[in-house]
Design a protein around this ligand. Sequence first.
Ligand code: NOJ
Length: 510
Amino acid sequence: MAKRPEWLDNAVFYEIYPQSFRDTDGDGIGNIAGITEKLPYIRDLGCTALWLNPCFDSPFGDAGYDVSDYCKVAPRYGTNEDLEELFREAHKLDMHVILDLVPGHTSWDHPWFKESMKAERNEFTDRYVWTDSVWEEPTGYGSLRGISPRNGSCAVNFFSHQPALNYGFYKPSRPWQQAMDSEGPMATRKAMMDVMRFWLSRGCDGFRVDMAGSLVKNDEDCKGTISLWQDVRKFLDAEFPEAAMVSEWGEPDKSLQGGFHMDFLLHFGPSHYNDLMRCDHPFFAGDGDASAFVAKYLENYEKSQRKGLICIPSGNHDMDRLARNIKGDRRKLVFAFLLSMPGAPYIYYGDEIGMNYVEGLTSVEGGYERTGSRSPMQWDDSRNAGFSTADAAKLYIPQDPSPDRPTAAAEAADPDSLLNEVKKLIRIRQDHRALQSLGEIQFLCDGAPGKPLAYIRSEADEKILVVVNPTEAAYELPAEYTPEETIYSFGKGLDGHRVQGVSAVFLKIR
Ligand code: NOJ
């Protein structure tokens, strides 16, 4: 397993979508200076690390996941110097900042792609995945065709304006498919390491890596992509051993082999994560079923050497806001779960105050239905909820119009708020090693219909029994466990040996 930066073991991350966090220059869109201004809020919440969505130069066809210059902060967010200032200020507060690395594709506006489209051979001819003829498409991928003097179709990785960078094919089967170790793919790999070096040497603490498992093509078991990341790991071990690497992959056994420290749980694919908070009958609404999620989680837990290396997010910029399906105090139960699970928890900005999904919005920057989860943060009752002084019509995305929309200021003043509960839970996690990333987990109850989630977290001689019960029914603790101390209780909590409905408890046991 890769050497780990120590700070990662007790990290609680806060994900920031920079467009929507805080605008300090009144243009209606968030900026880096706004993030720096709000660091004390995030620190006070208890979070120790930030993940920033891409903040690099881009035509913003996919909210910045379509990079046109990896080494330049987009002017709308500020300058490289502003970002370095954010790193410095975060470090002063003992916080860390990871950036979003998008190695699988660029924007079609990237100078590399413009060069690659030229008919004459040049340094960037092989930077992207091209077929030899415009009449042949790269099977299995969408493609860009008929847009260049160069003859050929170029594979895309996501939207059609995101051409796929060329890291080669695991098993080339057509003349235009290059081997992983041929010159073009190796140059792409080196270019991406140069990007990492650029930001790491300026104070960035690591990366969340977009679509990390997608790089090598025709690579069914990801053997090629794993070996590519192992090569990156060698580079990091030699030059930046403290850099944290978290993958958007969804297969922790593969990403950990590749030298990542942690992998994200995904809201698509086989994880059953959506069963918890985002389906017709989500578990946390009280009438759902978490058992398939637990079964899959345990399968991955075993594959990742029984270490807490699977990060569970409260939400992110790609999925429905947690508050869309889970109402009222049940949201507190979600955080009791997230903040007592192994791996580093990720809190999506605004989820800590129960920000709503804004319904009915027109797509902004390739957001489509994701747009409703990307609305500006609600700080207080001032103009535009304290997000920006711009005219409301100029805001990046319209804000939640509800008169009772939550704000950070109002919740800070209310002892029973979600915000204060999240703060309390983070503090408890940080005071108890058993609850942190690497503590073991053993499930006692898997949240099958009518049942809670119950599990024991342990580390050295500390053992904590967690019960998160969103159902209406009480849960009888297994007789062999005698609670010694209640370190957290929400709802009616423990009555004798029974955890009441719509309650959560963390109990010290022997
Ligand atoms: C995953 C990112 O989270 C998403 O927002 C983006 O659209 C795709 N990758 C493509 O980069």
